[in-house]
Ligand binder design. Structure first.
Ligand code: PRP
Ligand code: ZN
Length: 180
């Protein structure tokens, strides 16, 4: 029996299940059930939060996983990337309120940045010699500037719609990600 860890909900969930379906593997994906079985193939699915997938693969609880490269980079989990899947493309970017002038990374010196990816952000800022106040929040990161939680954000951008809806503009792309 092979154990495959996939995202329980979110953007990679549908694509992951479609990949299996296209390979002729039918899985029971009843919502709220966290272990699924495939019919006609010795496969068991673990539905997990995406940030837990790299660790579960690294410790052997799952044999293989489908997850964004961003989560592997953030967790630093000891896993091997064996295939890029061509879906779930996105980027991790810095964004600031759209009314602010921006001339370069020095903007972030001494500023606060809300993010769910503190490790990737810290490495990036350190490599550029910029010192900022990184504030970790787990979701709805784009709310941070308007809510007074932080001056700026570092988060996933796909279509860019969430940034626009929250009055933000993307000023630096730091990391390109996709499903692996
Ligand atoms: C993700 C990400 C961005 C948004 C980007 O959030 O954190 O907020 O999608 O997508 P877009 O550029 O196409 O608008 P998600 O919907 O997963 O919610 P969460 O961050 O609150 O978990
Ligand atoms: Zn978000």
């Amino acid at each position: 029996m092979i154990r495959l860890a996939v995202q329980s909900k979110g953007r990679l969930n549908e694509e992951s299940l479609k990949l299996l379906k296209d390979a002729g593997i039918e899985v029971d994906d009843t919502k709220r059930k966290f272990i699924g079985k495939a019919s006609g193939f010795p496969l068991e699915l673990l539905y997990l939060r995406d940030d837990d997938i790299p660790g579960v693969v690294a410790d052997g609880s799952a044999d293989i996983g489908i997850v964004g490269l961003n989560e592997i980079a953030e967790t630093g989990a000891d896993v091997e990337v064996i295939r890029k899947l061509g879906f779930g493309k996105c980027r991790l970017s810095l964004a600031i309120p759209k009314s602010m002038e921006y001339h370069g990374l020095e903007w972030f010196e001494g500023k606060s940045i809300a993010t769910s990816y503190p490790s990737i952000l810290h490495c990036f800022l350190y490599s550029k010699g910029i010192s900022s106040d990184i504030r970790e929040i787990r979701g709805s990161v784009e709310i941070a500037p308007a809510a007074g939680i932080a001056d700026s954000i570092f988060d996933i951008v796909s279509s860019g719609g969430t940034l626009v809806s929250n009055g933000l503009k993307e000023v630096e792309t730091v990391f390109e990600s996709s499903g692996v």
